[in-house]
Design a protein around this ligand. Structure first.
Ligand code: ATP
Ligand code: MG
Length: 553
């Protein structure tokens, strides 16, 4: 089957066919280090790194660190960790702040060419003169300052002679341009805040539009891919490039793709930040967060995130992808890769009355039937076991294929048992089920009895050998499929599902005592789980996702 190409690949192919040299292809992923990356960024990462792989071209990880009010070193570190964890390597690591000097020199050139001026109005006044999409704006009274005066003022701005908000540098394009972004956009403003990298060296900082395309140009990026909201910026991007680009150099081409939105969550750093700041979640890596680090802690494998983005597709129109698709991708991947273990979440004691006293045995169970190389593990069996409370019923109807009085079920990788009697406590709660077992029915023993078919198979653990573990179970952070619609932070916080997290204790087969942080398992019949912490008295697991989609109507 011929692999179909997405529209970005078609654009690149066309450029190549029109004479662009393959060796000039170069891509970048340009996050602003003002928060952690989320599932939406995974799409941008997969697109850019994917293209670099496909076309065998270099890729730059560029931190768009032009606003010291919001950016921090710890975000830079987290972004690098996340991109690596997803499985991508970058050829160059760059920072827009490395280009501050060059950007400043180019800004001086613009002034000298009468293409930029210092405006001494307030941001309020400037905004008021912008006009509307149907009416032109009004020229600033400072628009016709002389080149000499502009150079002097701009140099003084740079040298820290002015406080914030006194002056800005604006491009001189046109106040009546149809595209409002071209109505003399601001290039520089004064911010009196230390920058995580350049420290106190600069007090003027370039705006996004001025820094972004010029950084692309400096790095000689061939295709600068961003999300659709930047489409109107393309004209400005090209205008700036026209002012600075040398004819023999590559002029980067900006193209836009649709953002990835995920149902039942939000994909905006600003809103995720408010969840973190308000304490509604435990941090950026709270396992309920749609951040890469949250998804990692939740147990999502990187392959599942990549596959999800692939299935969601590269489109030119925005839409919201169902969270269940992401969960589906996790299940598919984890089913292939995670070892099976038995864990009883809500234990009920089961005693096999005809099993010899003090004669425990070790049974073998397949680690992963999907993976023939995964081998087997030992699981201790004995007279006293735990099964799930919900797997036993006194009053069972015909459709209940689990354990009930007088019926047989198989204990996974063990024997067929039959329930005979129950023991009640003083409050009339069932506290124990008394069974007998068919000693010849051992799984895998090859005996005739072992081939006998019974309707249900239950998981279990040995009462004596099992270990207690702690399990965090999660549900969607928002029950509302589109929390992004919320109009205020307050409204957003009110939408949080109050039952999105609970902690329970469970009894696990002893093999889990050796589990390391990050190990992933299928708890049979229960779902997929990852070790979050094994330094605590009880090993803590996070539930990734159940075996089935519980949200299906
Ligand atoms: P946010 O609005 O969440 O803060 P952003 O666009 O400001 O996101 P950046 O760090 O500037 O975040 O983004 C880095 C790159 O990731 C940009 O090219 C941006 O277009 C892309 N990106 C951000 N969010 C998404 C998304 N939801 N889907 C696809 N790409 C995205
Ligand atoms: Mg941004």
């Amino acid at each position: 089957m011929k692999e179909s190409k997405n529209f970005i690949e078609n654009i690149i192919d066309e450029d190549l066919s029109l004479g662009l040299e393959q060796s000039l292809l170069k891509f970048r992923f340009p996050p602003e280090p003002n928060g952690f990356l989320h599932i939406g960024h995974v799409k941008a990462i997969c697109i850019n790194f994917g293209l670099a792989e496909k076309y065998n071209a270099p890729i730059v990880l560029r931190f768009d660190d032009t606003n010291p009010e919001k950016e921090e070193q710890r975000y830079i570190n987290a972004i690098k960790d996340d991109v690596s964890w997803l499985g991508f390597n970058w050829d160059e690591e760059r920072f827009a702040s490395d280009y501050f000097e060059q950007l400043y020199l180019w800004a001086l050139d613009l002034i000298k060419n009468n293409k930029a001026y210092v405006d001494s109005q307030s941001s309020y006044e400037i905004a008021n003169q912008k006009g509307t999409p149907t009416t032109p704006g009004v020229n600033s009274p400072y628009r016709d300052r002389s080149v000499e005066e502009n150079i002097k003022l701009f140099t003084d701005m740079k040298n820290g002679l002015f406080g914030e908000g006194k002056h800005v540098l604006r491009a001189k394009i046109s106040m009546s341009a149809n595209n409002m972004l071209l109505r003399d956009p601001v290039l520089y403003r004064v911010i009196r805040k230390e920058h995580p990298r350049t420290k106190a060296k600069w007090v003027i900082y370039p705006m996004y539009d001025w820094a972004h395309g010029e950084s692309d140009y400096i790095e000689q990026i061939s295709h600068s891919l961003c999300t659709l909201e930047f489409k109107p910026h393309r004209e400005l991007y090209n205008w700036f490039l026209k002012q600075i680009a040398q004819p023999e150099k590559t002029k980067p081409k900006q193209r836009e793709f649709a953002r990835l939105n995920l149902s039942h969550t939000i994909t905006s750093k600003r809103k995720l930040m408010s969840l973190v700041k308000s304490g509604a979640v435990s941090g950026w890596d709270d396992p309920r967060m749609p951040t890469i680090s949250g998804l990692r802690r939740r147990g999502y494998p990187p392959e599942a995130l990549q596959e999800f983005v692939k299935l969601a597709g590269v489109a030119k129109r925005e839409n919201i992808i169902e969270a269940s698709l992401l969960e589906f991708c996790a299940r598919e991947e984890l089913n292939k890769t995670s070892n099976r273990v038995m864990v009883v979440m809500d234990p009920l004691k089961l005693t096999i009355t005809n099993y010899p006293n003090n004669e425990d045995e070790i049974l073998l169970s397949e680690n992963n039937p999907e993976n023939p190389l995964s081998g087997q593990r030992e699981v201790p069996f004995g007279k006293e076991l735990y099964i799930e409370k919900e797997d036993f019923k006194i009053d069972a109807n015909k459709k209940f294929f689990r354990l009930t009085i007088g019926k047989e079920v198989r204990l996974k990788s063990a024997y067929i048992i039959k329930a005979n009697e129950v023991v009640y406590d003083d409050n009339n709660f069932i506290i124990e089920v008394l069974c007998t077992y068919d000693s010849k029915s051992k799984s895998g023993s090859g005996s005739e009895e072992s081939q006998r078919k019974v309707k249900g198979t239950l998981h279990w653990v040995s009462k004596k050998a099992s270990i207690k573990i702690e399990v965090n179970e999660y549900d969607r952070l928002f029950e509302n499929p589109n929390p992004a619609e919320s109009e205020s932070e307050e409204e957003l916080l009110k939408m949080i599902n109050p039952n999105s997290s609970k902690t329970v204790f469970a009894q696990a087969e002893p093999s889990l005592s050796k589990a390391e942080i990050g190990d992933k398992f299928q708890f049979q019949r229960k779902g997929y789980f990852i070790v979050d912490n094994n330094k605590t008295p009880l090993t803590i697991f996070n539930k990734t996702v159940g075996l089935r989609d519980n949200w299906k109507k």
